[in-house]
Design a binder for this molecule. Structure first.
Ligand code: ADP
Ligand code: MG
Length: 275
């Protein structure tokens, strides 16, 4: 059964420590929500688990099914069953959505297996229909000219077809209106199973009405500062993150958040920021 273990993970980007010793275990069948203010390191955590080369592990380890993956490439991690739905999916002109997903699915087959394309076309069309992606999705270039909501749904379509063991959905709710949020939520909930460990990154409670988590983690300043159940969601929705300041004695929370937001503006200029 799938198991992701993150042990004392310290991560830096461009010489700055972003993650300060994260510990998290996710087993197949479990859904974990990670909530927290902007600039707190949530996307960094997602990126480092998937193997983004820009982020550096200073110490700690990431294990998938008992094996360290920190020296594995992104495509190796994907073949081992990891999946990341990105906060800001990239546009790839010239590569059709169908070819992209077909290639990704083929790459994950065992050496002696071949993709049955006829059957795969049906699976693709079914998934596209379930996500209301329009009948010409297969020919459209990957994410090019897609609306924010279409990009997010396209990530979920890939997840449906790749059938990962551990999936991380980074702010899959941003840019979705209520109807689409409901649709995405239903599609993801349908995928829940004993063989899927799910990590939902969000800073709104809305998404978690549709995809109900078993555990809720709150991340502040690069660390998971609190773990609980669904009751934490309501508390954050009603009171924000400020009460944690008092509870944990983090006085400079607001100051840091502002500082991080400025950092995020700089990121947006390089196309990796937040909206
Ligand atoms: P969150 O997803 O919680 O909003 P991020 O992980 O995106 O937070 O960012 C955490 C911090 O790391 C921010 O201060 C951000 O500016 C910085 N950061 C993230 N990615 C990069 C990057 N590629 N280059 C430089 N700084 C980054
Ligand atoms: Mg983020």
């Amino acid at each position: 059964m799938a198991r992701l273990e993150i042990r004392n993970l310290v991560v830096s980007v461009e010489g700055k420590i972003i993650l300060n010793g994260i510990n998290l275990n996710v087993d197949g069948g479990e859904t974990h929500a990670i909530m927290g203010p902007n600039g707190t390191g949530k996307s960094t955590l997602a990126a480092i688990v998937m193997g983004h080369p820009k982020y550096k592990i200073e110490s700690g380890d990431i294990l998938l099914n008992g094996e360290s993956i920190i020296n594995s490439t992104v495509d190796e991690r994907s073949r081992k069953g990891l999946f990341l739905a990105m906060q800001n999916p990239v546009e790839v002109p010239g590569v059709t959505t169908f070819d992209f997903v077909k290639t990704a699915v083929s790459a994950r087959l065992e050496k002696d297996q071949r993709l049955r394309v006829g059957k795969f076309i049906f699976q693709f069309e079914d998934a596209a229909k379930a996500l209301k992606m329009g009948s010409n999705l297969s020919e459209r270039y990957l994410n090019q000219g897609f609306s924010g909501g279409e990009k997010k749904r396209n990530e979920i379509l890939q997840m449906a077809l790749l059938k990962p063991q551990i999936a991380i959905l980074d702010e899959i709710d941003s840019g979705l209106d209520v109807d689409m949020l409901k649709l995405v939520g239903e599609n993801v909930t349908k995928m829940k199973s004993q063989t899927l460990g799910l990590i939902l990154i969000t800073h709104y409670q809305r998404l978690l009405d549709y995809i109900v988590p078993d555990y809720v983690h709150i991340m502040i300043k690069g660390d998971i500062v609190k773990t609980g159940g669904k009751e934490l969601i309501k508390k954050i929705d009603n009171e924000g993150y400020d009460w944690l300041k008092t509870e944990l004695g983090i006085d400079e929370l607001e100051e840091k958040t502002t500082q991080y937001s400025l950092g995020n503006c700089a990121n947006s200029l390089f196309g990796e920021g937040h909206h």
